[in-house]
Design a protein around this ligand. Structure first.
Ligand SMILES: Nc1nc2c(ncn2[C@@H]2O[C@H](COP(=O)(O)OP(=O)(O)OP(=O)(O)O)[C@@H](O)[C@H]2O)c(=O)[nH]1
Ligand SMILES: [Zn+2]
Length: 206
């Protein structure tokens, strides 16, 4: 483990062959609380170039179990496949389960959603902001790896604003749209209408 002059420790860089391509994995750990995050990397990053990047917030239900209630798992796989085909890029996988409220609270929010609330109302009912995430650590991970400029795979304009506030230049946004299903249609609609996510074809053209 190497100490950095930031808030994070950086671990061993190892090769990670996967179903979706050949990557390398670097673990990170926050000094303050021991929380671990992951950088999944393809290629070498030339200083001052713009790096294809996905900042992905952990979703145990979607990423691990293939839940149909959200689009997270498919977005993660799509990002891995795209980075593999480009031959260069990074996925910053952040332990920010439930938009930063943790799994226990996310399941409380899911319960409230089963009873009729939308994803925002549920968070607010539990005393949280609709999105409790902080991108400071993601920005530090990128800078430790020498990345300052990114092409970001996201549908979420707020993510761009928050990364830029933390000193990362988002040169371009690349949409990562997964077709909806009957179980996530309402959730994705709430994200589009109330959270400003750019999810429809029409908006992509603007
Ligand atoms: N609190 C809460 N969190 C959720 C819910 N559904 C998914 N999540 C979490 O939301 C996060 C993913 O956020 P999204 O808004 O889907 O996507 P995003 O990362 O902001 O935007 P993209 O880059 O476009 O994917 C993950 O941490 C999930 O665990 C929910 O109903 N309530
Ligand atoms: Zn999810």
């Amino acid at each position: 483990m190497i100490d950095t002059n930031t808030n994070i420790l950086i671990g061993e860089r190892v090769k990670l062959p996967t179903k979706y391509g050949h990557f390398e994995l670097i673990p990170f750990q926050e000094k303050l609380n021991g929380i671990e995050h992951i950088a999944l990397i393809k290629g070498n990053f030339v200083p001052n170039t713009t790096v294809l990047t996905r900042i992905h917030s952990a979703c145990a239900t979607g990423d691990l179990f293939g839940s149909l209630k959200c689009d997270c798992g498919d977005q993660l796989i799509a990002a891995m496949k795209l980075i593999e085909s480009e031959g260069n890029g990074i996925i910053v996988y952040l332990q920010q389960e439930g938009r930063g409220i943790g799994l226990m609270n996310k399941m409380k929010a899911y319960k409230l959603q089963e009873e009729g609330m939308d994803t925002i109302q549920a968070n607010v009912h539990l005393g949280f902001a609709p999105d409790e995430r902080d991108y400071n650590i993601a920005a530090e991970m990128l800078s430790v790896l020498g990345i300052k400029k990114i092409k970001l795979l996201t549908n979420n304009p707020d993510k761009i604003i928050r990364l830029e506030k933390n000193g990362i230049e988002v040169v371009k946004r690349i949409p990562i749209i997964i077709p909806s299903n009957p179980y996530n249609k309402y959730y994705l609609n709430t994200k589009e209408v109330q959270m400003g996510h750019q999810l429809s074809e029409e908006k992509q053209k603007l």
